[in-house]
Design a protein around this ligand. Structure first.
Ligand code: ZN
Length: 340
């Protein structure tokens, strides 16, 4: 199949990252637009300018561009391509980004949430290449998921499939309240932001002495997962307890998903590749309690290999997936990928 160019646009609270690539994942150029406390009205035209500059650098025009893929932060209306009210982007309210970019760049644009885009990136270009059944979990400040089943991204009735971070794992009264309002969500137990806030609160209220504070330069309010991970490596008792609780909940959440979906691979993002064995070992020890052997033994649970670069592939993968679903593109050119 002839190669063609696609443009990926990853919208984040600090920056908008653009990536121009060919359909085999060869990156032709990258660019970024600052998005800290900025209004969408200013940022959008700049995205268009940068996109055109990237094309020009490669002696291409919008006529050559086959599709645009947008990774959008939640909450959003994916059916209509509208970014609604992301909490860390106050200048973006009800922004019809898909239609805007389609018109400005005279190219079809498609939109997915970050986790679905991450799943597509791992499936087309990462460790999960050619898996027919793949689950990707972001394991970052929050827990997001993207599900590929029978060779297709699952979107669900109203495009919320894969929101596994808000699967309730525990409704006990002492289970943490999630940012979504429910009690005991997977993300409330395992999301980096939720854990860090809980640890900060716990240390302040209970005057806990822990190396975590040292690794946050003495500032309790700036404790994050990196500080907690470093204290675990120091064998700090409190940090080890927090890490162990998280590992058990990770096993529960991921184990339930393995039993529900029977994937051949679960790819784990951010914290899994950043912490490596420290993350993976206790997870795999506990996962047996939540899975049938026949599903566990046929499923590889692995950290992402695209790592930080996943953002670059995510946007272009969104564009490619829509073309794939329409039968206009085959991302798997050899016969290993069957029955699609
Ligand atoms: Zn929740």
């Amino acid at each position: 199949m002839d190669l063609f160019p696609v443009l990926g646009i990853d919208i984040g609270g600090t920056k908008v990252a653009l990536c121009l690539a060919t359909s085999d994942g060869t990156i032709l150029g990258k660019s970024r637009v600052d998005n800290v406390d900025r209004d969408a009205k200013e940022v959008l035209p700049q995205i268009v300018t940068e996109a055109k500059a990237l094309l020009k650098q490669n002696e291409l025009t919008t006529d050559d561009l086959k599709a645009i893929g947008i990774c959008s932060p939640a909450p959003h209306d994916l059916e209509n391509g509208v970014i609604l009210t992301p909490f860390n982007m106050p200048g973006w309210r009800n922004v019809p980004i898909r239609d805007f970019l389609e018109k400005a760049l005279e190219t079809e644009a498609f939109m997915e949430n970050d986790a679905n885009a991450g799943a597509l990136a791992e499936w087309f270009f990462g460790i999960g290449k050619k898996c027919k059944n793949l689950l990707y979990l972001t394991m970052s400040t929050g827990v997001g998921g993207g599900v590929i089943l029978n060779g297709h991204l699952v979107q669900g009735t109203n495009h919320n499939a894969g929101e596994v971070g808000h699967m309730v794992l525990d409704i006990a009264e002492d289970a943490p309240i999630c940012s979504c309002g429910q009690r005991g969500c997977f993300e409330a137990f395992s999301g980096g932001r939720a854990i860090a806030l809980r640890v900060q609160e716990d240390i302040k209220q209970n005057y806990i002495s822990t190396f975590i504070i040292d690794h946050a330069d003495g500032d309790i309010d700036s404790i994050d997962m990196i500080a907690i991970e470093k204290a675990v490596k120091d064998q700090d008792k409190y940090a080890v307890k927090i890490w162990s609780e998280m590992s058990k909940r990770n096993a529960q959440g991921i184990g339930l998903l393995i039993n529900a979906l029977n994937p051949e691979m679960v790819v784990l993002g951010t914290l899994a590749w950043a912490a490596g064995d420290l993350f993976m070992k206790p997870l795999m020890e506990h996962i047996e309690k939540y899975t049938w052997p026949q599903m566990r033994e046929t499923c590889q649970v692995v950290p992402s290999k695209l790592r930080r670069e996943i953002g670059e592939y995510a946007g272009i993968s969104v564009a490619l997936n829509f073309l794939y679903e329409r039968g206009e593109f085959d991302p798997f050119t050899d016969s290993d990928f069957v029955d699609v």
